[in-house]
Design a protein around this ligand. Sequence first.
Ligand code: URA
Length: 203
Amino acid sequence: AMPVAPDLPETLDEAHQAALHCRRCGLCEAATRTVFGEGNPRARLMVVGEQPGDQEDLQGRVFVGPAGQLLRSVMAEAGVEPENLWLTNAVKHFKFAPRGKQRLHQNPNRGEIEACRWWLGLELAFVKPRLTLAMGRSAAFALTGDDAPLTARRGRIESGLHEGEVLITWHPSAILRQPDPLRAAQMRAELTEDLARALQLSD
Ligand code: URA
């Protein structure tokens, strides 16, 4: 038989379909399903999180859990309409540690983020956004190759591994985890500011 060349998806839909069967790293074993990006396939702005959480894994949709609720209300304040952007994650499977009936979020490691960059790269190649907003360290690493902590980078524009620039901002979960309410409020305001700026820069 003729050797079969690995298929290179030719459209965003083909990439989505192929990602549903991804075995590029071990995270597919325990996760329920692939959670691919969604939104406007011709968006000028792409927003990238870390990975699906518990709710996203169960529902198969990005940002539908607690972090998603925060993100969606901050987007509304910033005037960003989710249907006008491409919303996705650096990693497409939920990584967790079982604790009784609970599944506790675990950060993806560099190898998992690098393996999943294949899919993020296809999303970037097909959507061709003018600007990408990286929320949190995992997204910032996936998009820039720089794994440095976020504190000194938030609000900065960095050059991407792909075409175009990357604005770095907080991940909404970091705001939810922040124990100091004053600091949490400040981070929320900064995320809103960064979303509004991303919208302007991509327009
Ligand atoms: N956190 C993320 O980074 N992405 C989601 O889709 C949900 C929570």
